[in-house]
Design a protein around this ligand. Structure first.
Ligand code: GCV
Length: 694
């Protein structure tokens, strides 16, 4: 077999119109619109079905087809909206390209709104962005000029999103600048919206709650003040005049130092409802974040629930409370946030993090679909068995006016968009799960690999047996195991948030200076001491278990029934605690850390064997990242085991590989990193963002 492997910087993502096997297709569509024009073009550029086939695109309302769903029938795509047709086209083409059979039937989206949240700052930097600067914003005199290059990039971005069903984007950081709402910036938002619209993407903006005072010249931003209410009404009207299909606002309020209604003695509901009142007449929504915690209020994991449950039933119907998947903060593994299912009279939407803030950023190969699948399929038991998070949020269990899901974007100006070729799979997976929250990680990985590394040169769309056996299957397995491997070498058995200062990349179980908020330091979370390790959240501890519905509360409360993966999340246990498997907790911890590292070593071998099947550029890029991931996994293992060993005073089990670094060296290197970071900041006169928080 002759393979033609061209250098490839990854910019085309999973959208690689095949240059062989293309066949003519006769597309018949009675209606006309920009969206339908794109649908037609996509078919003509990528059709791999029967040569000369006719395909009818029918836009006609059908009560079985919800929202932008569609029906695939013999020779026909039918939908109630033009966008539904476009999604149907992408589905059909994907099936042709992956060799999957074209299943006839109705395909409805799980969520009405499927959004990317960009944490992009107006100067072009991205909070927790690891793939270059923003595709929307930049610094400099010409920062607001819209160039042809901008538009091309935005169009490619919109197309990629539409191809997986993503239909909205919040364009700026939730730590929002008030300038976002000034006419200059709104002009650029309009330009972006105009490019995104034909692909069915609505734009949303994050807003700073104190904008009326900061840019409106008012003396207050109190949500019950008539002048403030009027200001927001006027601002919303101004936005809709520019962007008639504007989606709404995303709000981080009274969280990590951001202003909010509580600054004026009002509640989250008061704040959200005031904004919802302004947006409602135009069809806009408010996504109000539940990511709130204060040092003074005890266990951080309990706070969102404690603060929001009393407000259930008080929000307007165009408010959606947006909660992170876990109760703390996008950790490698958390139990689901107990808010899901518990707020029965409020629309609640999951916020996932596609950017790998806590999962190795753009260096580690970590496929996140298994984590999201685990989360969406978690049973809350709120309405009996089977009340999964997916069903609690997609409208199946509770009558919600709106349903939504968001993912914090991992996209930047890097040629391959996401910094790591495999990080593209996380963007893809988010879109696919937002469209269908019952998909399996396995299916998503399978599709993504086939689309992203298609068969080249053989003239066939379907992967050959050799390619399937030697490339697809092992790479898929590597992807599916990669998240568990990361949990193992970073924080197994329910450990969480033991990252070193600030950048959330490497280990820092020792890091806990007195001048920093306790709940921003690892010792607060791991609680290691000679008597044991772990955070006691049982009814005798912080009682976070009581926020879960039975039988979960009892199950989590007892270490004998608590799943091992959450053991140290809910329990503080002695080092020689006997695990279900028979060994001690200390030995189990060592075994997990080592297994994670060994697995990354195995990933290196898997990838090296993939060389014949991949273009050299992407092969080398991934190979080099895996090397770094391996070095980092070693550091994670050594740092955590040697640090915890000071308390456990037990040997690392003799049958596993010994640490190769010294603890003092690791701590010293970490201190040097932190110091040089602070120095650089001081030189730039760039105050630590966290200094602005409460
Ligand atoms: C946008 C964590 C991150 C912050 C982020 C915050 C949030 O604290 O480290 O960078 O801020 O979550 O989700 O608001």
């Amino acid at each position: 077999m002759v393979l033609s492997l061209h250098a490839d910087e990854g910019h085309r993502l999973w959208l690689r119109s095949p240059n062989q096997n293309l066949r003519p297709v006769n597309v018949i569509c009675s209606a006309q619109s920009a969206v339908l024009e794109i649908a037609k073009q996509e078919l003509e550029q990528s059709w791999q079905g029967k040569s000369g086939a006719s395909l009818v695109l029918t836009v006609q309302s059908d009560e079985r087809i919800r929202g932008d769903g569609f029906r695939l029938g013999p020779g026909e795509i039918r939908a109630s909206t033009d966008l539904g047709i476009l999604y149907g086209v992408y589905e059909l083409l994907r099936r042709q390209q992956t060799g999957e059979s074209v299943r006839e039937g109705i395909f409805n989206p799980s969520y009405e709104r499927r959004l990317l949240n960009h944490w992009d700052n107006l100067n072009g930097t991205i909070e927790r962005g690891y793939a270059g600067h923003s595709i929307f914003w930049r610094e400099g005199n010409d920062s607001l000029t819209v160039t042809e290059q901008d538009k091309t990039l935005w169009r490619e971005y919109a197309r990629a999103n539409a191809s997986v069903g993503i239909n909205g984007a919040a364009l700026n950081n939730v730590n929002a600048s008030p300038w976002m709402l000034t006419p200059e910036y709104l002009g650029r938002v309009k330009a972006i919206a105009d490019v995104l619209r034909p692909y069915g993407m609505q734009v949303y903006l994050s807003i700073k709650f104190s904008s009326p005072a900061l840019i409106g010249g008012l003396s207050t931003s109190d949500p019950l003040d008539p002048g403030v209410i009027q200001w927001w009404h006027d601002k919303v009207k101004e936005i809709y005049t520019l962007i008639p299909d504007f989606g709404g606002f995303l709000v981080k309020a009274n969280s990590e130092g951001q202003p909010g209604p509580q600054d004026f003695g009002r509640t989250h509901a008061d704040g959200a409802n005031m904004l919802a009142g302004a947006l409602g007449p135009f069809g806009g929504i408010v996504m109000w974040r539940a990511f709130v915690y204060k040092t003074s209020e005890g266990d951080r994991a309990k706070q969102a629930y404690s603060e929001f449950i009393p407000l259930d039933g008080q929000f307007r119907e165009n408010v959606i409370v947006q909660s992170k998947n876990g109760p703390v903060d996008f950790q490698p593994r958390e139990p689901f946030s107990p808010l899901f299912g518990a707020m029965k009279k409020t629309s609640v939407m999951p916020e996932l993090q596609i950017t790998q803030e806590y999962l190795g950023q753009s260096i580690h190969l970590v496929f996140l679909a298994p984590m999201w699948e685990e989360f969406l399929k978690s049973d809350t038991f709120q309405e009996g068995k089977g009340s999964t998070v997916a069903r609690c949020t997609d409208g199946s269990l509770f009558p919600q006016k709106h349903t939504a899901i968001a993912g914090v974007s991992n996209i930047g100006l890097d040629a391959n968009w996401c910094g790591h070729d495999f990080a593209q799979a996380n963007w893809y997976a988010f879109g696919r799960l937002a469209w269908d929250n019952t998909l399996t990680s396995e299916q998503i990985a399978d599709e993504w690999i086939k689309l992203t590394f298609p068969e080249t040169g053989s003239g066939s769309v379907v992967f050959s047996k050799d390619r399937t056996r030697q490339f697809l299957n092992p790479v898929k397995q590597m992807m599916l195991e990669s998240r568990e491997a990361a949990v193992d070498y970073m924080m197994p058995l329910g450990l969480h948030h033991i990252f070193s200062a600030d950048d959330h990349y490497g280990p820092g179980p020792w890091w806990g200076p007195r001048f920093v908020r306790k709940d921003w330091t690892p010792p607060y979370y791991h609680q290691a001491e000679p008597g044991g390790v772990g955070f006691d959240r049982t009814i005798k501890g912080s009682d976070a278990v009581s926020q879960y519905h039975e039988p979960l509360k009892s199950q989590f409360n007892d270490p004998k029934t608590c799943p091992d993966m959450f053991l140290l999340w809910f329990h503080h246990l002695p080092w020689d605690y006997e695990m279900k498997s028979g060994g001690t907790l200390w030995d189990a911890l060592c075994t997990h850390y080592d297994a994670g590292l060994q697995q990354v070593r195995a990933f290196q071998k898997t990838w090296d064997r993939a060389e014949p099947w991949v273009d050299p550029e992407r092969f080398t890029a991934v190979q080099s990242k895996l090397r770094e991931q391996c070095r980092n996994a070693q550091i994670w293992k050594d740092a955590c085991l040697l640090y915890f060993q000071q308390f456990s005073r037990r040997p690392v089990p003799y049958d596993i590989e010994r640490p190769v670094n010294d603890l003092e060296d690791l701590i010293q290197a970490d201190n040097d990193r932190i110091m040089s970071r602070f120095r650089r900041r001081a030189e730039r006169n760039d105050p630590d963002r966290k200094d602005h928080r409460e």
